[in-house]
Write a protein that binds this ligand. Structure first.
Ligand SMILES: [Zn+2]
Length: 72
C-alpha cells in the first residue's frame, strides 16, 4: 500500500475535497462537540469535528479503506 500523503490546505481548498473522512458514531467520542453525519457509501452514522469542511461528502473509515484498497 502506498503511504498516504497529507496536504495542508486552506479552508476554501478543503471545501473542494473529495471526502471528509469520519469515524463511525459507534466509536467513543473524544470531543463533546463532535457533529453527526452520514457516510455517503454505507449510510452509517459518523462523527466529525465542527470545523470539518461542510460541502464534501462524509465517508467512514471502513469505506475509505475499502475504496483505497480497491484502487491499488
Ligand atoms: Zn461507510
Amino acid at each position: 500500500m502506498k503511504p498516504l500523503a497529507i496536504n495542508v490546505v486552506s479552508d476554501e481548498e478543503a471545501e473542494k475535497a473529495a471526502f471528509v473522512i469520519c469515524v463511525r458514531w459507534t466509536v467513543p467520542a473524544v470531543f463533546a462537540d463532535d457533529e453527526q453525519g452520514t457516510c455517503c457509501a454505507c449510510g452509517a452514522a459518523v462523527r466529525f469535528r465542527p470545523h470539518a469542511p461542510k460541502k464534501p461528502p462524509r465517508i467512514c473509515m471502513e469505506c475509505i479503506v475499502e475504496k483505497l484498497e480497491r484502487s491499488q
